[in-house]
Design a protein around this ligand. Sequence first.
Ligand code: TYM
Length: 334
Amino acid sequence: VKISLTGIKPTGEPHLGNYVGAIKPALRLAEEYEAMYFIADYHALTTVRDPALLRHYTRSVAATWIAAGLDPDQVVFYRQSDIPEIPELAWILSCLTGKGLMNRAHAYKAARDRNQEAGKADLDAGINMGLYNYPVLMAVDILIMGTDVVPVGRDQMQHVEIAADIAGSFNHVYGDSFKLKVPQAIVPEAETGRTLPGLDGRKMSKSYDNTIPLFCSESQLKKLVRRIPTDSTPVEDPKDPDSSNVFQILEQFASPEITADTRRRLQAGGMGWGELKNQLFDILNTQLGPLRERYDALMAPGSELDALLAAGAEKARKRAVPTLDQVRRAIGIN
Ligand code: TYM
């Protein structure tokens, strides 16, 4: 069987963009693949410095996966930091990774661009080695499990390509004795051509602080939906659904019939943004309500969450340990 694998970084509460762009499509892959899901808590360390907060976000992401329908008995579900083979392989593969390749990684380049815009003399100011090495660690997440496909949002595609590059470098040098499997990205947005917009119209992202959390309270959800920007087209005028942030979120959650009907009503005129927002709120609240209940139960202290993660780590290590073993043999450290 082929392996699919994906991870989420616990740097905040999971949001609608994660759910639509990553969680839902990734869960569907479990029908076709031996599916692995993990919480990338070592990756979160590049930004989260508060231990209690890191613990909270880690549990929150874990509870979200399960609330969204992940069945821990059917798939492999674990926490990155429970797999000690990952940081070990990360060192080994960093020795095979060109520094130039890391210089070209989007997240690092974006951080330098922000420093430039802020007029800083040192473009690397505030950038830690964790951020710089981020793609190597992510490559290891993927390669150590012998992953075939990686479902991710468009923003993570480059990272999967880097993982494939690093596997290629390893195979070029050591491939006579052992080869790492070269992974491929699966990008669900590539099918729809869309990224979920956030509260400011840019891509919904924890780093832009423009997210709608998946499991906020009903009143918070209502407030946030109201904040999604719209233009000033009067109620009675026809509106273009495809340039509306509200509609773009709605169509990811509503049934095809409701989506088509709403599209028609917007184009005809007479439907105001306020009404559209109320409709979006109702749809989100109805769909996410039952998930929120499961989520809250899992987040309660003493829930089965920690035991589930421990059992998942054991399953994941059954794949990680042999890979690291073969790598160590191949490179001459064993
Ligand atoms: P992270 O935690 O930033 O995001 C998790 C997943 O959600 C997708 N995503 C979106 N998709 C559509 N629209 C949006 N607005 C949106 N926002 C986020 C992301 O593309 C991602 O798929 N580096 C990764 C975590 C990671 C990982 C891995 C993933 C670490 N190791 C190995 C796959 C395989 C990250 O920071 O994702």
